[in-house]
Design a protein around this ligand. Sequence first.
Ligand code: GCW
Length: 679
Amino acid sequence: MTIFHMKEYDCWLQGGFKAALKAELLANIHAEDGTDAAILKQAAAELREGLVRRFGIRSEGGNGVGGVFLGTAGWLTRIYGLSFPPLKPEGFHIGVSEDRVVIAGADAAGTLYGVFRFLSLLALGEIKAGDAVADAPVAAIRALNHWDNIEGTIERGYAGGSLFFKDGEVRYDAERLRDYARLLASVGINVVSLNNVNVRTSSKLITEPFLPRIAAIAGIFRPYGVRLLLSVTFSSPEVLGGLGTSDPLDARAAAWWRERAALVYHHIPDLRGFLVKADSEGEGGPFQYGRTHADGANMLAAAVKPFGGECVWRCFVYDCTQDWRNTAFDRARAAYDHFKPLDGQFAENVILQIKHGPYDFQVREPVSPLFGAMAKTRHTMEFQITQEYTGQQIDLCFLPWMWQDVMAYDTGYGATVSGLLGAQPVSARQDAARHPAAIEGLAAVANTGLDGNWTGHTLAQANLYGYGRLCWNPALGAEEIAREWCVLTFGPGQTARTVADILMKSYPAYQKNNAPFGVCFMVEPRHHYGPSIEGYEYSRWGTYHRAGREAVGLDRTGNGTGYSAQYPAAIAAVFDDPRLCPEDLLLFFHRLRYDFRMRNGKTLLQNIYDTHFEGYDEAEALLAKWQTLEPALPPAVYCSVRERLERQLLNAREWRDQVNTYFYRHTLIPDERGRKIYE
Ligand code: GCW
């Protein structure tokens, strides 16, 4: 085996590739970089830099008729008389002939994305003379949310400290941030929020001493086509303004926000807007004043509107002070119950950000019933790349494997999630009956930090890459994403194929280890790593499985909490019938006896045992497979992943034995194959 000397820091932008196109051709660059458009300049710089660093090809500056022609389609037409088919916003066209490569962007961002795609196709060995590629992002909003605290820590962060903050200050390594902006732009991310949605001490970022520093960060991201969002606390008029109220219908609070927005936009004129977590897990919000979330969001939206800003408002609103004795309550209902009645009441520049499932980034959840239902309100879908509930970047879990199921889910409103992502956005004034409830984009909680490889677990880089690619094209399957990422990271050849195989097997293994069949939340309270079967069973967070001697799970059908009725009737009918319900969601929707027969003819209990034995065996196989790569990898990369896979195996052992023992002790029914379960 040959070693591809990958550098963890470079992620999917590795050097060491051979270009299949002639160096003389690639070295001769004619670019639209004499303008003052920062993004276009960057596109040209990235092409030159990328060719040197990744392929060892140094450009000499454009002369003669051949070579690479890079710029917006308009410019290429004007200067060189080239013509192009119509391009979609942020899209590009790449055309290659024997003596010419043309990279034409619909606009500046499209030009930049065209460069990154060209370099990546070159590294993948997928572009040659005669090829033409036209592409554009499907989702308009492709956002990354950092949950970084101004102290330098990261809520649910597993890859070191914050890239933006330290010791109560905006503090960063500018070189590193540029590298980060490049990484994000290379997969099409165009919005980044810097600070935690649990704002706490970072509420002061929208005050004068901090704003110039934030503006400097905005300046680093700008040439890469990335605009910033800032998380703000709804209670700012009280917390920062000393007003004594933050009531959205109080003219003083609204005026305070208008003034504040003016100050913020004075420093950062192209800020995308404010991101808000309100009335959730201790954050203030409109409920405190008896107002609706439309009142709250609209007030903030009005404040940023004169500057072209937006108010991104999270729908993660639920009561976290539940009594487990109350079996009528169902937290899963919360987002729909709160927001569906408000559809149509939000201002044009409010964007709701809805978690993909009704709970909270569990290993397996149904898609939230809000998707498809909010036809008159702009909204995005929120994912979590940071692996809070999926192994915390100690365990390997390739998330696109689950995301592809979300994308393929048929909402029952005439489109899949990926179809809604491609639909025309609606405005609040349009007729809901005639317009699909377009999902305008995706947002995801970042998994990056100051660790040398950005993501703690080197293979967790694949999740960040995969998220960007999925925003760009929601129809891309996990397998395709894994293949691309592996070649771009480990070079072409067998190593990449083996790593792709490991990635693809990691999610199913993790899901088998975890809480069975969609029951959710059998995790250690607070930190959420590892099993604790009753960790949340008697707590205030509203996340129960109610396992008894004869049955387990929550009845969320019409006979139970009625959650399933939040879906269109045809979808609800499937979820309501345990014989039709997808089996990995069986216990999310149903309370079932342990002797319930699943589709493989075995009982529910036996299936719980089987999946947990398998989950462990599969974790063991992942480690064994990785060990075959030792001769093919730089030792540091090999060892850091091996060490994590070993810890994952210990974790899988805990999951297997704790889950199986728990159910055995409740039922006293042994495993039919006589495998070891503890008394
Ligand atoms: O999953 C929960 C996390 C919290 C997080 C919250 C949210 C930022 O445990 O840490 O807070 O979700 O999404 O707001």
